[in-house]
Design a protein around this ligand. Structure first.
Ligand code: PLP
Length: 400
């Protein structure tokens, strides 16, 4: 994929995806001549409302639910917060989630006084620990009103079986709602295999070729939540605020195409990902694949490199035109492993050198070949004693 210049390779699809051209095309009329507010009563408004309803049908079809169960929101973070805070505000009780959740879930759960559960070495919730936590909470007379478990981890790509989670939740906390943050799932997993197991499910359009600033909360029929926003009562009183019509239309088109093309895309991307990781593991010593390939989505190439600091590596990758990311955050001057790697128990010899490369529909063989060349050279350079002095303070091209 060629971006802006001929020198950028984008391997950061878990952060955001390029918009599908068909989605851009679909949204344009609603940014210009078809600007009416779909909540209006005149024919201009009604015609736009019909388009929003058609988009709802498309999204419901991709999820395997009814159109009435679809709530359009402003982003994945909002959908997660609406599910967790909305459940607690309406039903009381506390939330429970695994330690590796995206902060949209983790912070919302902790903010409501909730509990965090351990995960296994592949970042999947430990079902025994989940059952024990639910039992403990009941034993002290508290109620769990919501359990939230992500479908696909945004950092390391691991897939969690919501069917297995649901079996534990229905048994140990029968009155709790089960929410899943499925924001990272649509490109890789048929959502119809997830939806039947949960009461609530969050999506974000920009993770599957749609625009930023629009998302979905699937709320199973009969699930009553306190809305986050008070206002005009749109979305059947579940999400007030004038509809982002252009965003909703583009999102539905992106999801429709993602759904149709998923199987073929996955085959192609899996072979690119395997070539990337296999070659890097052959070329470089002391590199681990953070999660086994059969436990994660095919777009995820997450590795940890011994004797490397992610920050320095990302600097050299950026200099070489490769857009990737790390799983580390810099706290108080020291590189700390991400909350995900820490919860997985990744060896501290490897975790500082975490590298997340995430592929997508537009990734090409050339992208992978360039990435291999730049990455291997960067690691070799950083591992030579002189390279300890590589400066990460000044971005490429900036004047000092
Ligand atoms: N949940 C997961 C798993 C994500 O990866 C993200 C985005 O990084 C979000 C939630 C938040 O989505 P949004 O950017 O639409 O708020």
């Amino acid at each position: 994929m060629v971006l802006l210049t001929n020198t950028l390779t984008y391997l950061d699809h878990a952060a955001t995806t390029p918009m599908r051209p068909e989605a851009v095309e679909a949204m344009l009329p609603f940014l210009s001549e078809r600007f009416a507010n779909p909540s209006g009563s005149h024919r201009f408004a009604r015609s736009v409302r019909q388009v929003v309803d058609e988009a709802r049908d498309v999204v419901a079809d991709a999820l395997g639910c009814t159109p009435g169960e679809i709530v359009f929101t402003g982003c994945g973070t909002e959908s997660d917060n609406a599910a967790i805070a909305g459940t607690q505000q309406r039903h009381g009780g506390i939330g429970v989630c695994p330690a590796v959740e995206h902060h949209a879930v983790l912070h919302a759960t902790l903010h409501g006084g909730g509990r965090v559960v351990a995960v296994d070495s592949a970042a999947r919730v430990d079902l025994t620990a989940l059952a024990a936590t639910l039992d403990d909470i009941a034993a002290v007379g508290q109620t769990v009103s919501i359990v939230s478990v992500m479908a696909v981890n945004n950092e390391v790509g691991s897939i969690t079986s919501l069917a297995d989670v649901a079996a534990v939740v229905r048994r140990h906390a029968p009155s709790a709602l089960l929410h899943t943050d499925a924001v990272q799932a649509p490109c890789w997993i048929d959502l119809r295999t997830i939806t039947p197991h949960v009461d609530l499910l969050a999506l974000s359009a920009h993770k599957f070729g749609g625009p930023k600033g629009v998302g979905v909360l699937m709320a199973r029929q009969g699930t009553v939540l306190e809305p986050l926003l008070q206002g005009g009562g749109q979305e059947r009183d579940r999400r007030s605020g004038t509809h982002n019509v252009a965003g909703i239309v583009a999102m539905s088109e992106a999801l429709r195409l993602t759904d149709i093309e998923r199987v073929a895309d996955n085959l192609r991307i899996e072979s690119l990902r395997n070539h990337l990781v296999d070659t890097v593991l052959t070329e470089l010593d002391d590199v681990i694949e953070t999660v086994a390939r059969d436990s994660k989505v095919v777009g995820s190439a997450h590795i940890c490199i011994a004797e490397i600091e992610s920050e320095a590596l990302l600097y050299l990758l950026d200099e070489g035109g490769i857009c990737a990311s790390a799983a580390s955050a810099c706290a108080a001057g020291a590189m700390e492993p991400s909350h995900v790697l820490a919860a997985m128990g990744v060896d501290r010899r490897y975790s500082p050198g975490a590298l997340r490369m995430t592929l997508g529909t537009t990734t090409t063989e050339d992208d992978i070949d360039r990435t291999i060349d730049v990455l291997v050279a960067a690691v070799r350079r950083l591992r030579t004693p002189r390279a300890a002095h590589v400066s990460t303070a000044v971005p490429t091209g900036a004047s000092a």
